[in-house]
Design a protein around this ligand. Structure first.
Ligand SMILES: N[C@@H](CCC(=O)N[C@@H](CS)C(=O)NCC(=O)O)C(=O)O
Length: 218
């Protein structure tokens, strides 16, 4: 099998550390016991070469031998092809996992991020715009609360769907109002982040950016 190289920034400010989306890929590769290395691109200057791999000048992307793949969800699905530990092989398990990976990114994360952005750039001021965004997020989280009340993981066992969903919930918890009103979602995040693979991925990301601080301090 070809070597895996995960690309992330050489440095990021304090606030997003532990939440940079390379975490999702690290987590998946740790779950699957896949060997990988980390490569970096400058956070400050994002040139044409960076955009040749990630058209929006963002991270992460994954180099797998002769192919390169961007978007954290696409990377999860790609890694799922490599390991049954990440993506069930039976038709139903696979279909359910694909559905929930996309739901995490396209139905949950898309409801969480506007609240986060409004909180940061709208000064967190109350107003009709903010209320509407919060009500959309509430609607999605209420549905997830009901769904997760009856199950441990999104499909019959832990999968990339849980990596995508738990990480979207982590963002909601930290930056978009919290999960205090959603005990089943909170417990689910606790279960997911108690996994050794998450702990390792998270610690490695923090260590990566801490090392960048030391290098900058010279
Ligand atoms: N939809 C993309 C989002 C990637 C993304 O937002 N990456 C952040 C780091 S977590 C980034 O590169 N931010 C810098 C920027 O947007 O300029 C994915 O899931 O991979």
């Amino acid at each position: 099998m070809s070597a895996l190289k995960l690309m992330t920034f050489d440095w990021v400010p304090e606030a997003p550390r532990g939440y940079v989306r390379d975490l999702r890929a690290r987590w998946a590769m740790e779950e699957a016991g896949l060997d990988y290395r980390i490569g970096t691109v400058p956070f400050q200057e994002r040139g044409a070469e960076h955009r040749a791999y990630q058209p929006f000048g963002q991270v992460p992307w994954l180099i797998d031998g002769d192919v390169s793949i961007f978007e954290s969800g696409a990377i999860l699905l790609h890694l799922g092809e490599r390991s049954e530990a990440l993506l069930p092989r039976d038709r139903k398990g696979r279909a359910d996992t694909l559905s929930w990976v996309i739901a995490a990114l396209n139905s949950i994360e898309t409801a969480v991020l506007p609240v986060l952005v409004q909180g940061i750039f709208g000064g967190g001021e109350p107003g009709p715009g903010r209320e509407k965004l919060e009500s959309i997020q509430r609607m999605r989280l209420n549905d997830m609360e009901r769904i997760l009340s009856g199950r441990e993981w999104l499909v019959e066992r832990f999968s990339i769907a849980d990596i995508a969903m738990a990480d979207a919930f982590r963002v909601a918890d930290r930056f978009a109002g919290g999960l205090a009103d959603y005990p089943a979602c909170r417990d689910y995040v606790r279960r997911a982040t108690a996994r050794p693979a998450f702990a390792k991925a998270h610690a490695h990301q923090l260590a990566h950016f801490a090392a960048a601080d030391s290098a900058r301090a010279g």
